[in-house]
Design a protein around this ligand. Structure first.
Ligand code: AMP
Length: 515
C-alpha cells in the first residue's frame, strides 16, 4: 500500500514525499480513503501512530475545492491542549506547503486581537482548544455554521480534562450535516456514548496500542529510598551509568516536582529542561524545541504536559515517580523503543509504591524485572502500617515515605496549566459524570531554600506528639535548614558546577565568559 493508492491529491502526495514518508501507517491507510469518501470515522489510535496525518492529509485534499468566508471556518479541529493544537498547525504547515490555505489557531495564552484578525480573513482550518473557542464564540467573533468537517481529537483526554460539556456545546453549533472524525486512544463507555452521539454511521478504524510494542523496551525497576533527595541521587546514578543513553524523558507525578527535579539535575551539571503545566507558553515551546533539536538531551515532564506531544523517540524513559494510573506507565514507556529500535525504561520504586506497581504489572501482564534490589530489600517491614511500626531512632526517612501525599490529592490535574484550561476545568468539572475526580493542585510557589518534599518529611501527627519544650529547638532547626547554602544544590550533597561524573553530552553547557 502506498500513499498514491489512498486517493490523495497530487499536491498532498508531493508534500508527503517531501516529508520523506514512503508508506502510510496503518491508521492512515485505513482511515484516509473513508475520510475522502466523506464518511464519519471513529479512529482508535494514539499519538505516535501517525493519526494526525490521517486527518490532515485528506482534509488538505478536500479543502482544495471551495473558499473560506469571513468568520466562518470551513473545518474545525478540537484539541485538548495548546501543545497538541500547535502540533496540528505544524502538520498543516508541513503537508500544506503546496496549498494556499488559511489556518487559524485559537488557544489560550495568545491575544484575542491577533486571533480575531485571522478569523476575519476567512479560515479554511480552525484548530482550537474548547474553552478558548467558546470565548470567541461568546464574544460574537465566530460563526460555526459553515463547518463542513469537524475533528474531535484525543477524546479520552478531553474527558479526563473535563472538556466534554464544552465539546457537546460546540457540536450543537456546527451543522448537523457535517462530516465528523473522532479520535481517541481508549474507548471507555463514556467515550463510546459520545461517539454514538456525535457520529453518524461511522467507519471504525483501530490500530494497536503501543503496549504491544513493548517487547523492544527493556523495562527495569530500581530500588530507591523514598525521600526526594534519595530518589534524585538514584536517578543521577542511573543516568550516569546508563548504557546507550542518547536522550531521556524523566516523568514526575506532580508538576511541582518537575520543576524541583529539573533544578536539582541542572545544579548537578545535567543539561536538562522541564515541561509542566504551570510554565508559560514561551517557556514550554523553548523546552520542547531544545529537546526536539537534541540541544537539550534530558526533559523532565509531567504526564499531562507530555502526553500526546510529538516528542521524538527517546532512548531512555526514567519514571522518577511510579504513575498512580497504570495506563500512564504504558504511555510513558511508549516514548521509547519506537519503530523496532531498542529502548530503556527505568522506574524508581520506593516504599509505598507497591500498589501502583502491582497495578502496572497487572495491566501489562508481566512482572517487570529489577535492575537491583527488590521489594523486600527496600525495607524489612514493608507490609507494616505506620501505626504498627515501632519507632526507631533515625527512621525519619521511613516515616517520610508515609507522609508523602500518595493518592489523587497529589496528582497533577488532568489539564494543562493554562489559566484558560483551569477555568474550563472548574466550569466543567461538576458536570462530568462517572470519572475519577480531578483535583486542582494549587500552584505551589517554588521553594527557594528547601524542596517541599523534604519540608513535609515529618507528618504533622509526629510533630504534635513531641513534648512542648522540643518546639523551640525544632523551630531553630527548621530556620537553620532554610538558610540558603551557597553553591550547593538542594540535596546538599554535591557542590554545584562540577558536573561530577556527568557524561559530557548530558552536561550543562558552560556559558561563555564575558571578559
Ligand atoms: P502522530 O501520531 O500524528 O503524532 O505522528 C507521529 C510521528 O509520525 C510524527 O512525527 C509524524 O511526522 C510521523 N509520521 C506520520 N506519518 C508517517 C508516515 N507515514 N511515515 C513515517 N512517519 C510518519
Amino acid at each position: 500500500m502506498s500513499f498514491a493508492d489512498l486517493g490523495l491529491s497530487d499536491k498532498v502526495l508531493a508534500a508527503v514525499a517531501a516529508a520523506g514518508y514512503t508508506e502510510p501507517t496503518p491508521i492512515q491507510a485505513n482511515a484516509i480513503p473513508h475520510v475522502l469518501a466523506r464518511r464519519d470515522v471513529l479512529g482508535i489510535a494514539q499519538t505516535g501512530t501517525g493519526k494526525t496525518a490521517a486527518f490532515t492529509l485528506p482534509m488538505l485534499t478536500m479543502l482544495e475545492n471551495g473558499r473560506a468566508r469571513a468568520r466562518m471556518p470551513r473545518t474545525l479541529i478540537l484539541e485538548p491542549t495548546r501543545e497538541l493544537a500547535a502540533q496540528v498547525v505544524e502538520n498543516f504547515e508541513r503537508y500544506g506547503t503546496n496549498h494556499k490555505l488559511n489556518v487559524a489557531l485559537i488557544i489560550g495564552g495568545v491575544s484575542f486581537g491577533d486571533q480575531d484578525a485571522k478569523l476575519m480573513r476567512g479560515t479554511d482550518v480552525l484548530i482550537a482548544t474548547p474553552g478558548r473557542l467558546l470565548d470567541h464564540f461568546e464574544r460574537g467573533k465566530l460563526l460555526l455554521t459553515g463547518v463542513e468537517l469537524l475533528v474531535i481529537d484525543e477524546a479520552d483526554r478531553m474527558l479526563d480534562m473535563g472538556f466534554i460539556p464544552d465539546i457537546e456545546r460546540i457540536v450543537k453549533m456546527v451543522p448537523f450535516t457535517r462530516q465528523t472524525l473522532f479520535f481517541s486512544a481508549t474507548m471507555p463507555p463514556e467515550i463510546e456514548r459520545l461517539a454514538d452521539m456525535f457520529l453518524s454511521n461511522p467507519q471504525r478504524v483501530e490500530v494497536s496500542r503501543p503496549a504491544s510494542a513493548a517487547t523492544t523496551i527493556e523495562q527495569r525497576l530500581v530500588a530507591t529510598g523514598s525521600e526526594a533527595a534519595a530518589k534524585r541521587e538514584t536517578l543521577r546514578r542511573l543516568m550516569r551509568d546508563a548504557k546507550e543513553l542518547q536522550n531521556g524523558l524523566v516523568f514526575c507525578n506532580r508538576k511541582r516536582d518537575v520543576a524541583l527535579l529539573q533544578k536539582s539535575l541542572a545544579s548537578h551539571g545535567f543539561n536538562v529542561a522541564a515541561l509542566h503545566g504551570d510554565m508559560d507558553q514561551r517557556a514550554r515551546t523553548l523546552a520542547l524545541e531544545g529537546f526536539r533539536s537534541g540541544e537539550v538531551p534530558l526533559l523532565v515532564a509531567s504526564d499531562v504536559a507530555a502526553r500526546g506531544l510529538d516528542i521524538p523517540a527517546v532512548s531512555h524513559v526514567f519514571n522518577f515517580d511510579v504513575p498512580h494510573h497504570a495506563e500512564d506507565y504504558v504511555h510513558r514507556i511508549g516514548r521509547t523503543g519506537r519503530a523496532g529500535r531498542s529502548g530503556h525504561a527505568f522506574t524508581l520504586i520506593g516504599r509505598g509504591d507497591e500498589r501502583s506497581l502491582a497495578a502496572i504489572e497487572s495491566l501489562i501482564g508481566q512482572p517487570i524485572p529489577w535492575l537491583d534490589g527488590d521489594l523486600a530489600a527496600l525495607s524489612g517491614d514493608l507490609g507494616e502500617s505506620e501505626e504498627s511500626r515501632p519507632r526507631r531512632r533515625g527512621s525519619r526517612s521511613g516515616s517520610a515515605a508515609h507522609s508523602e501525599p500518595r493518592a489523587e490529592a497529589g496528582r497533577e490535574p488532568r489539564a494543562e496549566g493554562s489559566r484558560r484550561a483551569k477555568t474550563d476545568e472548574t466550569r466543567s468539572a461538576t458536570r462530568v459524570r462517572g470519572r475519577r475526580p480531578r483535583s486542582e493542585e494549587a500552584p505551589a510557589p517554588l521553594p527557594v531554600e528547601q524542596p517541599p518534599a523534604e519540608r513535609a518529611a515529618l507528618p504533622p501527627r509526629r510533630v504534635a506528639e513531641r513534648p512542648a519544650d522540643d518546639r523551640p529547638r525544632e523551630r531553630e532547626r527548621e530556620r537553620e535548614s532554610r538558610r540558603p547554602a551557597p553553591r550547593r544544590d538542594d540535596d546538599g550533597d554535591t557542590p554545584v558546577g562540577l558536573g561530577a561524573h556527568v557524561p559530557a553530552f548530558l552536561m550543562r553547557p558552560v556559558p561563555p565568559r564575558k571578559d
